[in-house]
Ligand binder design. Structure first.
Ligand code: FMN
Length: 377
């Protein structure tokens, strides 16, 4: 009896929580929609973060099946790779259906950045973004990434050079500081230089980077998040489009930045990295929540099936199944059978002879597991 009562109370609490969450989301979401109608650059609305080795063209094609409007980013490409790598199709090739898609550049030589920005525009990218956030030793030695936070004039010059060369937006993705920089004014001055150079928007990963002593992976988790600093930047530069990134794991959290935060003004955009990659179905709500578009309400199965022609074409052109399916491992995240899906693909898709049947088998396992759970209820 006691157990029944507890169950009832728990169910009531859960229902109230769901209703409250939905009410909050729908009212904040309206703020987001009102702001995002212009859809001018990736600092406005919703974007999936640039992620090396993850957000390649196959990943972006898959993400586009889930959201028509999210801004998608390339992996970072260095100016050196583009200018001296002698393989533009490898670094810049993408599908037309990916738009709006941003090319993220790594570099700090204004002439080279301008040349590469132009290449990006010619290859059909919708925006150029400069990486001022990567803390890896390898890039630091070449004056790329987060170390540029120590060179605000140079970055402003870089932005001005790219702006002079292209007609698409130029944005910057940065951290809030490096090493022992603890002073908000340093970030403020950095952004002031970008504004002076007529940057179209900034995306701020709300933690600083330690250039020595932390791996790139630890640099994504260890330095504390300071969301208020990003909102303070918006307060200081009200006409600049400002998006927030770092540690956001749900739309409820993301949309909260469309409201005032600790007395500072609302932001213009939200960028998700790991959560979008690991739980891609979250992207299916982006169009409705951030842009007010009719949600397509595709089921996971429909999304999966919409990938079949692309996968078949990729295989026909000599590609490997795993090159596409490795980005789809999280599609059934949190559902019964989600682990079986992931395991079957991980263990089989890399084999040279693997074809679409491996995906169909994995999906069959998921559907059987879901059916089994439904029969139990
Ligand atoms: C595997 C991986 C690769 C990344 N590569 C890049 C990159 O090429 N350029 C960049 O600006 N940030 C890169 N990042 C950082 C992300 O863009 C993002 O700023 C970071 O993951 C924090 O956002 P999140 O907490 O939503 O994941 C990478 C992150 C991951 C997990």
């Amino acid at each position: 009896m006691q157990c029944d009562n507890n169950q009832k109370i728990l169910t009531t609490f859960l229902l109230v929580d769901i209703i409250l969450t939905e009410t909050i989301i729908s009212s904040i979401s309206q703020n987001a929609i009102d702001k995002n109608l212009s859809h001018a650059n990736s600092a406005v609305g919703f974007s999936v973060a640039p992620m090396l080795d993850w957000t390649d063209k196959h990943c972006r094609y898959f993400h586009r099946k889930l959201s028509n409007q999210a801004w998608l980013y390339s992996e970072m490409v260095t100016t050196g790779a583009l200018i001296y790598g002698n393989n533009l199709p490898r670094f810049l090739g993408h599908n037309d259906d990916e738009a709006p898609v941003v090319l993220q550049l790594g570099g700090s030589h204004s002439g080279e950045l301008a040349t590469c920005a132009k290449l990006g525009e010619e290859w059909g990218y919708s925006e150029i973004n400069l990486n001022v956030g990567c803390p890896s030793d390898r890039v630091q030695n070449n004056m790329i990434g987060a170390c540029l936070l120590g060179h605000p004039e140079l970055v402003a010059e870089n932005v001005a050079a790219m702006k002079a060369k292209v007609n698409i937006p130029v944005t910057v993705k940065t951290r809030i500081g490096i090493d022992d920089q603890e002073d908000f004014d340093i970030l403020h001055n950095f952004v002031a230089g970008l504004v002076e150079a007529d940057v179209d928007g900034v995306i701020i990963h709300a933690r600083k980077a330690w250039l020595q002593g932390l791996s790139p992976k630890d640099n994504r988790d260890v330095p504390p998040l300071k969301y208020d600093w990003v909102h303070k930047i918006k307060q200081a530069f009200p006409n600049l489009d400002v998006a927030i990134n770092g540690g956001i794991t749900s739309h409820k959290q993301g949309l909260q930045h469309y409201q005032e935060y600790q007395g500072y003004p609302a932001l213009d955009g939200v960028m998700l990295g790991r959560t979008a990659y690991e739980q891609p179905y979250i992207l299916s709500e982006v169009d409705a929540l951030y842009y007010g578009s009719q949600s397509q309400n595709f089921t996971r199965e429909q999304v999966l099936q919409s990938m079949y022609p692309y996968i078949e074409n990729h295989l026909k052109n000599g590609g490997k199944l795993s090159q596409v399916t490795r980005h789809m491992l999280g599609l059934f995240h949190g559902l019964p059978g989600g682990r079986m899906w992931r395991r079957h693909l991980s263990e089989n898709a890399f084999k040279p002879t693997s074809g679409l049947e491996v995906v169909e088998q994995a999906y069959e396992m998921v559907s059987q597991e879901i059916q089994r759970m439904e029969d139990r209820v």
